[in-house]
Write a protein that binds this ligand. Structure first.
Ligand SMILES: *[C@@H]1O[C@H](CO)[C@@H](O)[C@H](O)[C@H]1NC(C)=O
Ligand SMILES: *[C@@H]1O[C@H](CO)[C@@H](O)[C@H](O)[C@H]1NC(C)=O
Ligand SMILES: *[C@@H]1O[C@H](CO)[C@@H](O)[C@H](O)[C@H]1NC(C)=O
Ligand SMILES: *[C@@H]1O[C@H](CO)[C@@H](O)[C@H](O)[C@H]1NC(C)=O
Ligand SMILES: *[C@@H]1O[C@H](CO)[C@@H](O)[C@H](O)[C@H]1NC(C)=O
Ligand SMILES: *[C@@H]1O[C@H](CO)[C@@H](O)[C@H](O)[C@H]1NC(C)=O
Ligand SMILES: *[C@@H]1O[C@H](CO)[C@@H](O)[C@H](O)[C@H]1NC(C)=O
Ligand SMILES: *[C@@H]1O[C@H](CO)[C@@H](O)[C@H](O)[C@H]1NC(C)=O
Ligand SMILES: *[C@@H]1O[C@H](CO)[C@@H](O)[C@H](O)[C@H]1NC(C)=O
Length: 657
């Protein structure tokens, strides 16, 4: 009896470990926990408080900016091609404790690499260029970096390079204030914002949406959050926004609004449950997927709320433009002047005063930008996601599928399928136990994701089909558009392979070994076939505690243990499913099957046979005898997880006696 109690005390003590793994059988879980998907990386010699990535997909060049250096990486072979040192010159220029040069901006600008950093509290930019006789970088020019790089790396910064112009948002003051979005350098005039337009903003992202047919009508979209002007105590203190300016905007005339955007308009970006007035107001990250046509360009917004969860909402540029072109202006009910405020014109300096005046005083649209799934966000999760990237994957049938790659604050990456009405969480990968993801870059062509932490950089392979290679059903149920079932097993997607991304129904599979096994199982149960003995066999004495373990392949499945025609639920212990036997009795001997059921797919994961061992355990047994029994188990090949409790339980129970 004593060993029975201790056995459970030990288990209770370990229940908290279960919290690290998802609970079985819920669709809100990642389906699998991926391992071995890291295909490259390195650790920094010193932890980096901040890092920025710049990736040029066409050339395959990857640059990483951190404290006092810029690295050039080869993503394919994954090695550091160059470590370019960029230290702040001399300590006399910098304030105490802020002497380092934290790189905050890397852009491709006018054919060279444009790098800016805090430079010991004196923001500076450098144009780097591969030297002529030697491919390594060298500085060709340097500039004052105020308004492009913040003074301190923790302050807000975004940048964007468009047709040889550099757009940026960074504070002009050392305390992080005077923050706004400007065209800062390039061939076009420098233009900035009117101070009253926004209040205490945090800029998240800026993007340029091309229009092949009408380049003069192209806009730059800016995503940010700002202080809510609605001071109602019920209202959220923050509000998320999309704003836009015309690419060709050169500011107003010499007399009025010179060097100030004449095409600036902003609108509320809504993500939440409008019917319940429940919103995610805190925009955290943006990823833009360019469409064939500008109207189809899709914006993925990652939001958080004061009531704790995170959400992903999607918007199209078509719908965003609809609001800017067709909504009324908030607080304005007179006739809208012509041209309508926000219209892109070749010479913005000649715009009529009435139009510019209205942009100055009423830049906000009355209508809100609603998400594509209007009544609810596409995906709501209690995970604290901090970064998003979206890959478009062509499946075996030629159809495109979107995969969201979401980083959590606890070092995990979730791979989520966007098909249909419901998100499907394909997998979870733990990449760092310690820190949050600082930066993330997707290489869609190479199917790789580069993930930056304070201690390291990792490259992960998005196409890991070995994980679902057990059978066609396993491959199909995964609903992973990077993978198909072929005669070679579950492999990277090729046309003609078997796949069913849309609903994961395995009826597309040909009857395979796996299904044959199921058929045999059914026959065996109905007694029409004699039992084929392929089981792992253990000899266990009467009276001792024992348990069986079975690995979890899918967290969307329900696992049960079957023994003498009866099913019992499994006890989840991290990534294993256990069956506990407090003390062996005659009824406990015989065959066991660990059966998983996911949708309509039932599979026998493990089978065991327990036989009675002749050594008798009685209350008179000495400690030495108990140890001897334990050693017997070890030689029988009992899983390690069973060894520790048995040793503990049996030994401790002997002491208690
Ligand atoms: C990161 O910040 C800490 C605390 O401010 C500082 O001691 C450390 O030197 C910084 N690391 C780097 C690489 O700059
Ligand atoms: C790059 O070189 C600098 C010295 O110039 C060194 O401090 C830094 O750790 C190096 N970075 C890496 C990733 O090796
Ligand atoms: C290129 O020049 C840098 C210094 O300018 C030097 O450290 C490096 O070794 C040179 N590389 C080659 C391949 O010559
Ligand atoms: C604005 O509304 C008009 C009339 O409904 C429509 O034709 C036009 O497409 C809308 N603009 C956008 C960008 O959707
Ligand atoms: C907040 O998060 C916790 C833990 O994830 C969850 O149990 C709870 O339901 C969430 N609250 C709301 C209002 O969604
Ligand atoms: C989520 O993660 C961010 C970034 O690490 C952190 O600032 C924030 O406090 C976290 N939120 C919750 C609810 O844990
Ligand atoms: C998948 O399984 C098949 C057959 O079981 C095997 O031939 C193949 O090498 C496996 N593929 C991978 C990528 O592990
Ligand atoms: C799978 O597809 C088959 C044939 O189309 C259908 O009979 C079956 O009900 C589907 N199963 C599920 C779980 O949707
Ligand atoms: C299932 O039974 C058939 C005979 O009915 C046999 O040929 C096949 O090997 C069995 N398959 C398995 C996986 O046991």
């Amino acid at each position: 009896m004593m060993q029975f109690i201790i056995f459970f005390i030990w288990l209770a003590g370990n229940v908290r470990l279960v919290l690290n793994s998802p609970t079985l059988g819920s669709k809100d879980n990642p389906r699998v926990l991926s391992k071995d998907i890291v295909c490259g990386g390195f650790e920094y010699p010193v932890h980096q408080n901040h890092s920025v990535f710049f990736y040029h997909e066409d050339s395959g060049e990857m640059y990483i900016g951190a404290t006092d250096f810029v690295l050039k990486l080869d993503v394919e072979g994954f090695h550091i091609m160059e470590n370019f040192s960029l230290k702040a010159p001399g300590q006399q220029h910098c304030e105490e404790g802020r002497c380092e040069n934290v790189i905050t901006v890397i852009e491709k600008f006018q054919d060279s690499l444009f790098v800016c950093g805090t430079n010991g509290n004196k923001p500076q930019c450098w144009k780097l260029f591969p030297s002529v006789n030697n491919q390594s970088l060298e500085i060709v020019e340097s500039y004052e970096g105020m308004g492009i790089s913040p003074f301190v790396y923790t302050h807000n910064v975004i940048s964007l390079s468009v047709e040889g112009d550099l757009y940026s948002a960074a504070p002009l003051d050392t305390d992080g204030s005077s923050l706004q979005f400007r065209r800062k350098a390039g061939s076009r005039t420098n233009v900035w914002m009117y101070d009253n337009w926004i209040s205490e903003p945090t800029f998240i992202s800026a993007t340029w949406v091309e229009r092949r047919e009408e380049p003069d009508n192209e806009k730059i979209y800016i995503f940010f959050r700002e202080k809510n002007s609605d001071h109602n105590p019920e209202a959220d203190p923050w509000i998320s926004r999309v704003a836009r300016v015309c690419k060709v905007d050169e500011g107003g005339s010499k007399r009025f609004f010179q060097n100030i955007w004449t095409s600036f308009l902003k609108a509320r970006l809504v993500c939440g449950f409008p019917e319940k007035s429940l919103y995610f107001n805190h925009l955290r990250d943006i990823y833009v997927v360019q469409g064939e046509d500008w109207v189809d360009t899709t914006v993925y917004g990652l939001f958080t709320s004061s009531w704790n969860a995170t959400a992903v909402c999607t918007y199209t540029i078509g719908k965003i433009e609809d609001v800017f072109e067709n909504s009324t202006f908030k607080g304005y009910n007179k006739d809208i002047p012509n041209p309508r405020p926000g219209t892109c014109v070749k010479n913005s300096r000649n715009l009529p005063l009435t139009t510019v005046n209205m942009v100055k005083d009423y830049p906000e649209m009355t209508d809100w930008v609603q998400s594509m799934h209007q009544t609810a966000p596409f995906y709501v999760s209690s995970n604290n996601y901090t970064k998003i990237a979206v890959d478009r994957v062509r499946a075996a049938d030629g159809r495109m599928h979107n995969i969201l790659l979401l980083a959590t604050d606890s070092g995990k990456i979730h791979k989520v399928l966007e098909d249909g009405a419901e998100p499907f969480i394909i997998s979870e990968t733990q990449l760092s136990s310690r820190s949050t993801v600082q930066s993330m870059k997707l290489d869609s062509k190479k199917r790789k994701l580069v993930v930056g932490f304070s201690e390291k950089i990792l490259i992960i392979d998005l196409q890991r089909c070995q994980e679902y290679n057990q059978s066609c059903a396993d491959c199909i149920l995964a609903r992973d558009p990077y993978c198909v079932w072929t005669e070679l097993g579950c492999t990277p997607t090729v046309t003609g392979g078997i796949q069913n991304i849309l609903d994961g129904n395995r009826s597309v599979c040909h009857p395979s070994d796996e299904e044959q096994k199921q058929i045999n199982r059914t026959k065996r149960e109905t007694g029409s076939l004699s039992t084929v003995d392929l089981r792992t066999t253990y000899s266990v004495p009467l009276g001792v505690p024992f348990y069986l373990s079975c690995p979890i392949d899918s967290y969307h499945a329900v696992y049960t243990w079957e023994h003498t025609g009866q099913g019992s639920p499994c006890l989840q212990m991290q990534s294993n499913c256990l069956h506990l036997i407090p003390a062996m009795t005659q009824e406990n001997y015989g065959g066991y099957e660990c059966v998983s059921k996911e949708r309509d797919y039932t599979k026998v994961v493990k089978t065991y046979q327990l036989k009675q061992q002749t050594i008798q355990v009685t209350t008179r047994d000495t400690e030495r005898d108990n140890n001897h029994i334990t050693i017997n188990y070890a030689s029988a090949g009992v899983l390690q997880i069973t060894l520790i409790p048995l040793t503990l339980a049996v030994t401790v129970s002997a002491i208690f006696r």
